[in-house]
Write a protein that binds this ligand. Structure first.
Ligand SMILES: Nc1ncnc2c1ncn2[C@@H]1O[C@H](COP(=O)(O)OP(=O)(O)OP(=O)(O)O)[C@@H](O)[C@H]1O
Length: 358
C-alpha cells in the first residue's frame, strides 16, 4: 500500500486520558462505568485493555471515538481535545479512528467490495478512487478474490478481514479493536492477529485492542492496561505485567495464559511420584535464565529433576517457569533457593513437604 508509516512506537501520546470519568444515569442507580482513568497510548504502539465483562472496556472505547461524552476529565486524541468537541467536530475526527467489532457488523445485503467502500461513499470519494482504494485494501487483507461475495459466504476470519479493510478505508491513524477475535476459533484468531500486526508494522497504525483474553495481549500488544470496576488497576509493558503482576485480577489473567505452573491436583501427583522438595522457579531473560538457575543448584550440590513447566516467548523475550524436585542436603537446598531468590521468583509448597520428604 502507499501509505506506509513508521512501524516503531514513539513516546508521543496519540491518545491521552487524564482523570476521565463516565457515569451512566443519576442518583443511587448511577453506574460509574469508567472511574478516574489516566492513560497515555503512544503513537505507533499496540495497546491492550484487558478486563472481565463489565469492567468498562467498551465504554472506554466509546469515549475515545466520541460516541459517548465523558462525564469529567480530559480526553485527547491525536492532539485534539475530544472531551471539549461539538458533534460536528467529532464527525470530522471519526475518519481518523477505524473500528472493528466482535460481530463484524457487515452489511449482509452488500458485497465485500461494497462493505469496504461504504465509509468512502459516506465521505464523498468518487467512484474511480473508491474502486482503486477498495482493490488495494482487499489485496492487503488477502481477499482480492472475494470482492463480489456476500458476507454470508465467508468464514468468520474472512468476515473480520473485511471488517479490518473497511476500518482502514479512510486511512485512520488509530484502529480500535473491540473483542475482535472473541467470536473466532484459535487458529483463525492467530490469522486475524497476524493481520493486525501487519496493519501496525506496515501502515504504522496505532492499535487499541479491547479483550478479555490474555493470549491476545501476549501475542499482539506492546503495553497493556488492566481494568476492573471502571478503574485501570495496573498498566505497563506486557512482559513486565507477565513477570511481575501486582494485582490479584492481573495474576488471574496471567494464569489463564501461562499454563506452565502446576495446579493443586498436579502438584499432589508430582509430590507422590517424585522424591525431593518441589519448587517452581520463574524463568526470565538474562538474570533468570534456565542456565543460571540450573548452575545455581549444581554449585550447591543440589540435584534438580525438572518435573513440570514450560518456557514461552513474550514479545520475543523468554518467559516461563520450571517445577523441580530437589534432592540433596537440606541446608544446601536452602542456600541454593536463597541465592535464586536474589534474581528470580521461587515458589515453594510447604503443605506438600511432609509427604515429599517422607
Ligand atoms: N449506555 C449505558 N447505560 C447504562 N449503563 C451502561 C451503559 N453502557 C455500559 N453500562 C454499564 O457500564 C459498565 C461497564 O460496561 P462496559 O460494556 O463498558 O464493560 P466491558 O468491560 O466492555 O464489558 P463487556 O465485555 O461485557 O462489554 C457495566 O456495568 C454496564 O452495565
Amino acid at each position: 500500500m502507499t501509505d506506509v508509516g513508521a512501524a516503531a512506537a514513539s513516546s508521543e501520546a496519540i491518545i491521552r486520558l487524564d482523570g476521565v470519568h463516565k457515569v451512566f444515569g443519576e442518583g443511587p442507580g448511577a453506574v460509574r462505568a469508567v472511574n478516574d482513568v489516566s492513560l497515555d497510548i503512544r503513537r505507533g504502539e499496540i495497546f491492550g485493555v484487558i478486563g472481565y465483562s463489565g469492567a468498562g472496556k467498551s465504554t472506554l472505547v466509546r469515549l475515545i471515538n466520541g460516541l459517548e461524552p465523558v462525564t469529567s476529565g480530559t480526553l485527547e486524541v491525536d492532539g485534539r481535545t475530544v472531551s471539549a468537541m461539538s458533534e460536528r467536530q467529532l464527525r470530522s475526527l471519526r475518519p481518523h479512528l477505524g473500528m472493528i467489532f466482535q460481530q463484524f457488523n457487515l452489511f449482509g445485503s452488500k458485497s465485500v467490495a461494497e462493505n469496504v467502500a461504504y465509509p468512502l461513499r459516506v465521505a464523498g470519494w468518487d467512484k474511480a478512487e473508491r474502486e482503486e482504494r477498495v482493490a488495494e485494501l482487499l489485496r492487503f487483507v488477502g481477499l482480492a478474490d472475494k470482492s463480489r461475495a456476500r458476507p454470508a459466504e465467508l468464514s468468520g476470519g474472512q468476515k473480520q478481514r473485511v471488517g479490518i479493510a473497511r476500518a482502514l478505508a479512510s486511512r485512520p491513524t488509530i484502529l480500535l479493536a473491540d473483542e475482535c477475535t472473541s467470536a473466532l476459533d484459535p487458529e483463525t484468531t492467530r490469522d486475524v492477529l497476524g493481520l493486525l500486526r501487519r496493519v501496525n508494522d506496515e501502515l504504522g497504525v496505532t492499535i487499541v485492542v479491547i479483550t478479555h483474553e490474555m493470549d491476545v495481549v501476549k501475542y499482539l500488544c506492546d503495553r497493556v492496561a488492566v481494568m476492573e470496576h471502571g478503574r485501570v488497576v495496573e498498566a505497563g509493558e506486557v512482559y513486565d505485567i507477565f513477570a511481575r503482576p501486582q494485582e490479584e485480577v492481573t495474576r488471574r489473567f496471567v494464569g489463564t495464559s501461562l499454563r506452565d505452573r502446576p495446579g493443586p491436583e498436579v502438584l499432589a501427583r508430582l509430590a507422590a511420584g517424585h522424591p525431593g522438595t518441589l519448587v517452581t522457579v520463574t524463568v526470565q531473560e538474562e538474570a533468570g535464565s534456565s542456565d543460571r538457575i540450573m548452575r545455581t543448584f549444581a554449585r550447591h550440590d543440589v540435584a534438580g529433576a525438572i518435573v513440570y513447566g514450560g518456557i514461552t516467548e513474550i514479545g520475543e523475550r523468554p518467559f516461563g517457569s520450571l517445577t523441580l524436585a530437589l534432592t540433596g542436603e537440606e541446608t544446601a537446598k536452602r542456600a541454593a533457593l536463597a541465592e535464586l531468590r536474589a534474581f528470580t521468583a521461587v515458589e515453594e509448597y510447604p503443605h506438600l513437604s511432609s509427604e515429599v520428604e517422607r
